[in-house]
Design a protein around this ligand. Sequence first.
Ligand code: ADP
Ligand code: MG
Ligand code: MG
Length: 442
Amino acid sequence: MTLDLAQFAADRDIKYFMISFTDLFGGQRAKLVPAQAIAGMQEDGAGFAGFATWLDMTPADPDMLAVPDPDSVIQLPWKPEVAWVAGNCVMEGQDVAQAPRNVLRRLIAEAAQEGLHVKTGVEAEYFLLTPEGDAISDPFDTAEKPCYDQQAVMRRYDVVREVCDYMLDMGWGPYQNDHEDANGQFEMNWEFDDILKTADKHSFFKFMVKSVAEKHGLRATFMPKPIEGLTGNGCHVHISVWDAPGKDTKVNVFAGAGTGQTGEVGLSERGKHFLGGIMKHASALAAITNPTVNSYKRINAPRTMSGATWAPNSVTWTGNNRTHMVRVPGPGRFELRLPDGAANPYLLQAVIIAAGLSGIRTQADPGPRRDIDMYSEGHTITDAPKLPLNMLDALRAYEADPELMAAMGYDFSRSYLKLKHKEWNSFVSHFSRWEKDNTLDI
Ligand code: ADP
Ligand code: MG
Ligand code: MG
């Protein structure tokens, strides 16, 4: 039965709903709607001028409506008089094909037709910076190897505890928090879920972490490489596929023989084909998983101060070894270590299904499992593609992959490429300090 948002508001003393949608660049856009008006909005949606956001539209286009999906509603734990709800974008009665949550919903339905139900967990790392965003907020957080630093995580206990308490209250099943590999960097983990739920939680997590940090006078960032020379913000995704969604899940379609430690990797035939699809489309899907100019300072990066970037350089997979693009940590799931903190929470999940389904349909072979330390021995592998070196490289790889473009939807792909090329052009036409430093005396 559909949840009645007006009743939900009355039961919980909610005064405002934030009807939210995510644009092509991952920005969350919202209208604050008083609870008195929510009944009408639940029917018709909240109106937006799409062109005013990062969507490929014109000022002359009709209104775009974000119709709230009541299954996604969350009362803000830090401001209980407001509730956040994800909207599905509609224009003149049709789903807007380029809207990221619609792209994901369409792919979920396609997978379901084949009896496949994807579940994922994300590891959305972030930095806590000064409010201006130009330095790590904790001046004592300077260790060369700061990962799991007990003292440093306790100096940010107020922020970390508050966010974790909220996840406990919301029933997300958080299970650990730590100081990560860069100074000023943190990670908080919660249980994996159906892929749309994970995408909504991922969006909400970013909103929540930024809001709580601001409340404490800090600035949280998920930017892929906010500080030169330090490990960047990854957003690893753990992936498994099941016979049914939600609580009806019984069989992990990906589980096969083996432990993931040695010998057989613990993936079924279909699991291997899904992985094969990820491997086959990796360079192209980087345009989605690593979507910004800054993303390419995290992958292909030189060694960081801590000793390793923990980010991949090449399209390779392995067992329980963190130096590759894909790690199979144990039976029945694998970890894609390519995505970064700038990935759009919906497109990130969508492109995983798109590539995975393509792999299953074409019975793609993931290629050999590599059991080496890619950071010290990667040069010995000559038959694995290098990941794109910059955003333009990734956009071109995406354009050169009609199968992935079709799976993501041509309308979406066209719009995404158009806006991203514009962004790249804006970047390269920006006059940089580097040019002056290196060219002035030529
Ligand atoms: P690590 O740092 O070792 O990569 P984390 O514990 O930080 O792992 O994150 C693991 C994520 O993977 C969590 O969100 C967890 O719920 C999720 N996960 C665990 N098992 C599965 C599975 N079978 N399918 C999808 N996600 C899973
Ligand atoms: Mg982790
Ligand atoms: Mg990980």
